[in-house]
Design a protein. Structure first.
Length: 83
């Protein structure tokens, strides 16, 4: 059923997870934007579940390296990099 996995992630973690819909992203971006909101613990749990789903989809075992892209706001980049 459409949205079942997303609803399960939200229910099990308490986080609010939203996936951008048609017309909500720049036309040059073919990917969807996933927004995760909640307490620190809720967001960490939801992100873990999302990464687990991506690893399963790509058939990447837990011990294998996987590639996942996370886009951060440009104003947050210096914090992530450590500047």
């Amino acid at each position: 059923r459409t949205g079942e996995v997303l609803a399960d992630i939200c229910a099990s973690t308490g986080a609010v997870v939203e996936i951008s819909g048609e017309g909500e992203t720049p036309s040059t971006l073919s990917d969807k934007i996933c927004t995760v909101q909640g307490s620190l613990e809720q967001k960490e749990a939801a992100c873990r579940r999302i990464v687990d789903k991506l690893r399963h989809l790509q058939e990447v075992a837990d011990q294998e390296p996987g590639v996942f892209v996370i886009i951060v706001p440009s104003c947050a980049a210096p914090i992530v990099v450590g500047q």
